[in-house]
Design a protein around this ligand. Sequence first.
Ligand code: MN
Ligand code: MN
Length: 316
Amino acid sequence: MTTSEFNQPLGGNDMPRFGGTTTMMRLPAQDTAQGLDACFVGVPMDIGTSNRSGTRHGPRAIRAESCMLRPYNMATGAGPFAKMQVADIGDVAINTFDLKKTAEIITEAYHEILKHDCVPLTLGGDHTLTYPVLRAIKAKHGPVALIHVDAHADTNEHMFGEAIAHGTPFRRAVEDGLLINDKVFQIGLRGTGYAPGDFDWGREQGFTVIPAEECWHKSLTPLMDDIRARIGDAPVYLTYDIDSLDPAFAPGTGTVEMGGLTTIQALEIVRGCKGLNLVGCDLVEVSPQYDVSGSTALIGSNLLYEMLCVLPKTWA
Ligand code: MN
Ligand code: MN
């Protein structure tokens, strides 16, 4: 291995993979995004969850299970650490006693990250966090296209009377004008609803909804070809809820639905984002208490690495 001007993940021949400091991919830690092209950042929250809690422990579990990740992507040839300066900038200091204050804290933290022209890759945390992140993304980039992979639409008007919760972020994002509505794609939706039209609110705003049943038994590479063509050069945010996966693959989450995506389809979705102008990504809803083998967090860590591998600068 030649020496690089950029940060490198600590190799398994320099420190055993089960040793050392628990940063994402065993990258160097730093306090701010200064000088970085991309950063991993945790949002350790679960106070927006509606069923099982525990995602406050998600970022730490994802970091721990990322220890096996090596720098090069053998399938795609991507070598993100040869092209970008990347570090783990730690966690956002949320207020675990106040969800509304936490949303403000998150937006402020991402204003700070984006000030450095750094692409944030977020380790969640429950899906509430995506709305305050998108507020900061809009301030930097304007309204964005959205690829939203999830078992759920997360477009509820309210949850238990509250506007901010993990089932409302994309309703609030539309209301605030954060999205290019006809470039929003929701993939993997399924399960039971309160009414037969529960997934139609997004469609009425211009979203394209691809329910899980339309994904069964097939490659999602053609779908991603179509999505890339329809998004074009617009800035894009990728938000990946781990519960989009079938619980056979990813049981460690709070609102489980059967009949979900496979890990192969997850790779097809993320790898299918290559060529898009990605300005931010997140991986949310990993809840380690329900993750007896650690595989949910491990899959989450791999998908975050795959996101890094499709950022524009990796291929510039
Ligand atoms: Mn969600
Ligand atoms: Mn979900």
